[in-house]
Design a binder for this molecule. Structure first.
Ligand code: PEP
Length: 258
């Protein structure tokens, strides 16, 4: 049985003062949630914070059951890449996770499937767990090409790094039309794509497919988490807006417990 993972994506939000209360609140609430049985309850939790706050996240969360990570990384190891942050730098802050290929990076910063695959590889090589985001736009859903889009995004990574690399990764299905819009995919819509992802990978490696955590992302909140997380192939959530409120985020973690 796969553990559920609830990962927060803070996006470009926060300040040292605001983060302190949020990190303390989430850490305390998550510890209380686990107090009767640790990960036996099958839920893991992480927050992906902006680069400048990684040190703060590490300082507050080390020793807790919460993991932390970043929202992006460079595909390059080091050198003349002004403004970029490498995988080994993220390791310096003991990150466990890094989001790769978020739709905002693809759409706003021109990250192609090939660049996303390079970043995925950089993360794996450094021992970070990439949270690989895939998902279709509204126009693509309406044109009935959701599966083709998701397959293309996955294939870029599989061709470059091999299906076995997904054993060290997490996939997040995030329909672009549901991110930050308040429009959530229905549990059935999400499940259909999650099952498609798992079946596609199963054709290459059954064990990897069975173990793969596939998160849903797109306006997940406390009020819809139970329904979404009860679907067979939904193994957690990648949470944007609702991750900025400790109570809301913890309510999603609670919904992920089995
Ligand atoms: C996200 O940014 O990955 C996301 C899922 O955002 P939201 O939950 O706000 O839709």
């Amino acid at each position: 049985m796969r553990n559920k993972l609830v990962a927060g994506n803070w996006k470009m939000n926060g300040s040292i003062a605001q983060n302190k209360a949020l990190l303390d609140g989430v850490a305390a609430g998550f510890a209380a949630l686990l107090s009767s049985g640790d990960t036996a309850k099958g839920v893991q939790c992480a927050v992906c914070v902006p680069f400048p706050y990684l040190f703060q996240a590490q300082s507050v969360l080390q020793g807790s059951k919460l993991a932390w990570g970043a929202q992006n990384l460079s595909q390059y190891e080091k050198g003349a890449y002004t403004g970029e942050v490498s995988a080994s730098m993220l390791r310096d802050f003991a990150c466990r996770y890094v989001i790769v290929g978020h739709s905002e990076r693809r759409a706003l910063y021109g990250e192609s499937d090939a660049i996303v695959a390079d970043k995925f590889e950089a993360a794996i090589n450094a021992g970070l767990i990439p949270i690989l985001c895939v998902g279709e736009t509204l126009a693509e859903r309406e044109a009935n090409v959701t599966e083709q889009v998701v397959a293309r995004q996955l294939d870029a990574v599989i061709v470059k790094c091999g299906a076995a690399s997904l054993a060290k990764a997490v996939v997040a299905y995030e329909p672009v039309w549901a991110i930050g819009t308040g429009k959530t995919a229905s549990p059935e819509q999400a499940q259909a794509v999650h099952a498609f992802v798992r079946n596609k990978i199963a054709q290459l490696d059954g064990a990897v497919a069975d173990g793969l955590q596939i998160l849903y992302g797109g306006s997940m909140k406390a009020s819809n988490a139970v329904e979404l997380l009860s679907m067979a192939d939904i193994d957690g959530g990648l949470i944007g807006g609702a991750a900025l409120d400790a109570d809301e985020f913890l309510a999603i973690c609670r919904a992920a417990q089995r």
